[in-house]
Design a protein. Sequence first.
Length: 229
Amino acid sequence: MVGKATGNLSVDGIHVDMEHLKKGEVNLGTSIMAVTFNGGVVLGADSRTTTGSYIANRVTDKLTQVADTIWCCRSGSAADTQAVADIVHHHLQMYNVQNQQPATTRIAASLFQDICYANKDALSAGIIIAGWDKRKGGEVYSIPLGGSLHKQPYAIGGSGSTYIYGYCDANWKDGMNEAEAVAFVKGALAEAIKWDGSSGGVIRMVVLTENGPDRKIFFPDEDYQGDGN
């Protein structure tokens, strides 16, 4: 039965938002986060992408590389966030050529902010930028909807973040090593996937240090033993 006022469809008790399906909007829904540790940063995200109430992709990669040791986590509109990441990637490549040295994480975050703030009325984008550079080491920056920029020891975002503020506050500690940081991110995202209907799939991570990126993947119910496997 189609609801005339709302455009909603109920099939066998399953509620479907037809307005979103007609628009074809692909939304990352999502749970994303990044944390600093002694020697680098860890970025993590779930892998569910939705179109309205329909799960369009269950193994999406929401972690995007914009420089050698600078990555971002994307939430909001998949098209918007990917376009912004592509533009920043281009500008960072030009920066490397013109200055003969890689950009810092702060510079990358500022580029993201410039674009998000200038187009705040047209974009649906919440982005976390994290990276390692020789001048500052590991850094994490968050850009929520609206385009403001915040430097933080760790950042969480997306629809699943509302369920894990307490978990993160209780389990975060300064001076973690890499294994502790990976376990913290995995535990937080596993809780987000458990409680948030828009988050799901696997947990993708990237660890950034002076040695470059190290990709990891986990199932939400998989115990992390600290060996990276």
